[in-house]
Design a protein around this ligand. Structure first.
Ligand SMILES: Cc1cc2nc3c(=O)[nH]c(=O)nc-3n(C[C@H](O)[C@H](O)[C@H](O)COP(=O)(O)OP(=O)(O)OC[C@H]3O[C@@H](n4cnc5c(N)ncnc54)[C@H](O)[C@@H]3O)c2cc1C
Length: 406
């Protein structure tokens, strides 16, 4: 190999860019050096790594310290593996899995499950039907039970209760945790509680000192009661797991699930108007800022994509969008799987509001703006031109799909 030192412009750019996810990995790791008077100096702040929730962590095993003198964008933080070879008991979690993936509510619930499991118990997640999730390990799942079958798909609360009863008989979990949500968990949890004859603790936002505290009295009061076996927990009931990896060992039911005589017929999902979806619950947000020059075209594109509309504060202040559409620190904090920012510069107050979004796509004229630094995919150019091309691409895609189906 030649000795010529080659520059890597991309690595240099990442090293300068504080908002890039790989920025920390590109910093030179110099933790100790010889001072001018011959004394070894140590930089205690240079040790450790930033965990997925942004908090600095120090691995005292020494695995992450020292030897990383080589700058590499491929450096990946490997979280310590949490293993429970012979669980003393189980904590069962039934995540909503909206869209086949863990929601932030589900992750909070898994965090609560680990709080209750301690070091002896294992967290068993029960999932119905096919899923698309590949991050069960970092979300805190020690054991995974997938109940597959046509009978569990769609809206089938009665059959799902039968499935959960079979799990209860086999694993006899110490606690059952379900999200107290409108996406399924709230109803399933109450039906399951009735089937078990348990009194569930509902709308629980904290479990502490052998007590669970839930909202009551039309949300105006807190109700504290001893920790129930079946807990229906609210969002942010606990911190999600962020410091450990988990085994996700598959487990199976040893007996067949009894078929329920269904009194409910699922007629399928009802099409909803994306504009009517509350911002905080929207999965796909198309957001416009000061860089949108043609608002009719913006609305047309959002409708073509079937996305929920959002806006920056400037767009709202200028009267182009309603106040309830504002995303950011003084608007709504969103958790969309896809967030498209059209002509939004990425001011810190706006970025705070999209911190929990999975994938961010930026459309902007300025390749150096903060939104482009935050984005997973960027399109540099004039917004109107790009929106027109986007509508044409969506129409072509739909026409192709129609032709294939015919
Ligand atoms: C206390 C406080 C709270 C705030 N809370 C919020 C909040 O909740 N939400 C929020 O959004 N802001 C909030 N702000 C305002 C925030 O600081 C920014 O001013 C605001 O987010 C900027 O909006 P913008 O990105 O749409 O506009 P600009 O900053 O003007 O950016 C416009 C962007 O569009 C690009 N552009 C211009 N023309 C085109 C074109 N033709 N095609 C493509 N791109 C183009 C530009 O390159 C630029 O990046 C708050 C401010 C304060 C002080």
């Amino acid at each position: 190999m030649s000795d010529i030192i080659r520059r890597d412009p991309r690595a240099e750019w990442i090293a300068r860019n504080r908002l890039h996810p790989l920025h920390a990995a590109m910093q030179p790791a110099q933790h100790s050096w010889m001072g001018p008077n011959g004394v070894i100096r140590k930089n205690p702040h240079g040790i450790g790594f930033i965990g997925p929730n942004g908090i600095k962590r120090i691995d005292r095993s020494g695995a992450q310290q020292g030897g990383t003198t080589k700058r590499s964008a491929a450096v990946e933080v490997q979280l310590p593996l949490h293993q429970v070879p012979a669980p003393a008991f189980f904590i069962c979690v039934v995540p909503d899995m909206v869209g086949g993936r863990l929601s932030s509510h589900d992750r909070d619930l898994l965090g609560l499950a680990h709080q209750l499991a301690g070091s002896d118990g294992a967290v068993l997640a029960v999932v119905f039907g096919e899923h698309k999730e590949n991050a069960f390990s970092t979300a805190g799942v020690d054991r995974l039970l997938v109940l597959e079958g046509e009978e569990f798909s769609g809206y089938a609360p009665e059959q799902r209760v039968q499935g959960l009863r079979a799990v209860d008989n086999q694993f006899n979990p110490r606690h059952w945790l379900l999200p107290d949500s409108r996406s399924g968990g709230g109803e399933l949890g109450r039906r399951f509680a009735a089937a078990l004859g348990e009194r569930p603790a509902t709308r629980v936002w904290q479990v502490k000192d052998q007590e669970c505290i839930g909202r009551a009295g039309a949300g105006l009061q807190d109700l504290a009661r001893p920790v129930a076996r079946l807990i229906l927990a609210a969002v942010e009931c606990a911190e999600p797991v962020s410091e450990t990896r988990h085994e996700v060992l598959p487990v199976e039911l040893s007996t067949a699930v009894a078929r329920s005589l269904s009194r409910i017929e699922d007629l399928g999902a009802v099409a909803v108007d994306p504009a009517a979806i509350p911002m905080a619950e929207a999965e796909f947000i198309f957001s416009g800022g000061n860089g949108v020059k043609d608002w009719d075209l913006f609305h047309q594109t959002a409708a073509a994509l079937g996305a929920t509309e959002g806006a920056s504060r400037v767009a709202v202040d200028d009267g182009f969008m309603a106040r309830d559409r504002q995303v950011g620190a003084s608007g709504t904090w969103v958790t969309a799987r896809v967030y498209v920012a059209v002509g939004i510069s990425g001011a810190i107050q706006h970025l705070q509001g999209i911190g929990a979004c999975d994938k961010v796509v930026a459309i902007n004229l300025d390749p150096g703006c903060d939104m482009i630094k935050r984005a997973d995919l960027s399109v540099i150019g004039e917004s109107a031109e790009i929106l027109r091309a986007l509508i044409a691409a969506v129409e072509a895609y739909r026409n192709d799909a129609k032709r294939d189906a015919a």
